[in-house]
Design a protein around this ligand. Structure first.
Ligand code: AMP
Length: 179
């Protein structure tokens, strides 16, 4: 089983994408490696199991890849947290600020039970805006959200701290310094 350190070497860093100054940490190369994908899912699932996850929630789109795989490994359900207008039912949503403008996440209000322990899974936490919005949304639906696990944490962008301030414990397989 590949260690988190070995997994880090499978991440491709692309400078200046999607805009100048951003170091894009690309998971395409990680998930394209069979052992790397399996080990990533294994390590995330171990963390989620230790937390006692009753359901896994993942954010569109890269959170679906890891989140659904973790849910299968644990034998629990998966909650898709979606971009606006995708679900065919009456949704609940949360708007959140981006650097320029706002974005929105939506979910099926019946996707979680009251007090159900839901662990958030995503590929990467940067500013934490997305994960914080997902936390608020899942809590609005009645879930107990106290943990989120990521493949990658960019600690210098402050997202993990933002989540901790909201009462969410953050786990990650690896960190990259800087932004
Ligand atoms: P944030 O809301 O700032 O924590 O970022 C949320 C999402 O944006 C993450 O789930 C990533 O998919 C993507 N993202 C942000 N920064 C980066 C980066 N430097 N490299 C790759 N993906 C990123």
């Amino acid at each position: 089983m590949m260690t988190p350190d070995a997994l880090k070497s499978l991440i491709r860093t692309v400078p200046d994408f999607p805009e100048p100054g951003i170091q894009f940490r690309d998971i395409t190369t990680l998930i394209g490696d069979g052992e790397g994908l399996a080990a990533s899912v294994h390590h995330l699932a171990e963390m989620a199991a230790a937390i006692g996850a009753q359901k896994i929630a993942g954010m569109e789109a890269r959170g679906f890849i890891f989140g659904a795989a973790v849910a299968v490994q644990l034998g629990v359900g998966f909650v898709p947290v979606r971009k606006p207008g995708k679900l065919p039912i009456k949704t609940i949503g949360v708007d959140y600020a981006l650097e320029y403008g706002t974005d929105r996440l939506e979910m099926d209000p019946d996707a979680v039970g009251a007090g159900e322990r839901v662990v958030i899974v995503d590929d990467l936490i940067a500013t934490g805006g997305t994960a914080l919005a997902a936390t608020q949304l899942l809590r609005k639906a009645g879930a107990d959200v106290s943990d989120a696990v990521f493949v990658i944490d960019l600690p210098d962008l402050g997202g993990a701290q933002k989540l901790r301030d909201a009462g969410v414990t953050v786990g990650a397989l690896m960190q990259f310094d800087g932004d």
